[in-house]
Ligand binder design. Structure first.
Ligand code: ADP
Ligand code: MG
Length: 140
């Protein structure tokens, strides 16, 4: 398995409850390295662009408003099979369906306020990393 990179967001429900460190501990315990990280407040334009793939879904407007409702932590994670590995560590979208020990099982408030985002493919990871990070901000 090759070393790869994935894109992560610690969402506003998690930063509001001061869980950044606890989420990062889960990431690091899973063998993933945080090689870029910044805390920002997303603008509506940024959130709408990031989630454009979901623009026809009924939850799109609420999701974009939620993502702008407080600080988020944007991250790039590196490790063996990082895309799939981080999806495992995150758990299912709906915390009610998430496996024990996953970030979403332990921390998510709801299917919308589910604490973290992680890329769903290596191709989308590339697009998402480039959407938020300059090369010089990534220190592997
Ligand atoms: P994932 O984040 O697990 O890849 P999706 O890409 O399907 O899930 O959805 C993106 C985000 O939209 C989810 O993480 C969640 O915050 C929100 N979301 C997904 N489905 C719903 C839903 N049925 N109702 C409200 N929000 C949702
Ligand atoms: Mg997704």
């Amino acid at each position: 398995m090759a070393v790869e990179r994935t894109f992560s967001i610690i969402k506003p429900d998690a930063t509001r409850r001061n869980l950044t460190g606890k989420v990062n501990a889960k990431i690091e315990e899973a063998g993933l390295r945080i090689i870029a990280q910044k805390r920002v407040r997303l603008t509506p334009i940024q959130a709408e662009g990031f989630y454009a793939v979901h623009r026809e879904r009924p939850f799109y407007k609420d999701l974009c408003a939620f993502m702008c409702s407080g600080p988020v932590v944007l991250q790039i994670l590196e490790g063996e099979n990082a895309v799939a590995r981080y999806r495992e560590v995150m758990g299912a979208t709906n915390p009610a369906n998430a496996a024990p020990g996953t970030i979403r099982k332990e921390f998510a408030e709801s299917i919308e306020a589910n604490s973290v985002h992680g890329s769903d493919s290596a191709e989308n990871a590339e697009t998402e990393m480039a959407y938020f990070f300059e090369d010089r901000e990534i220190v592997g």
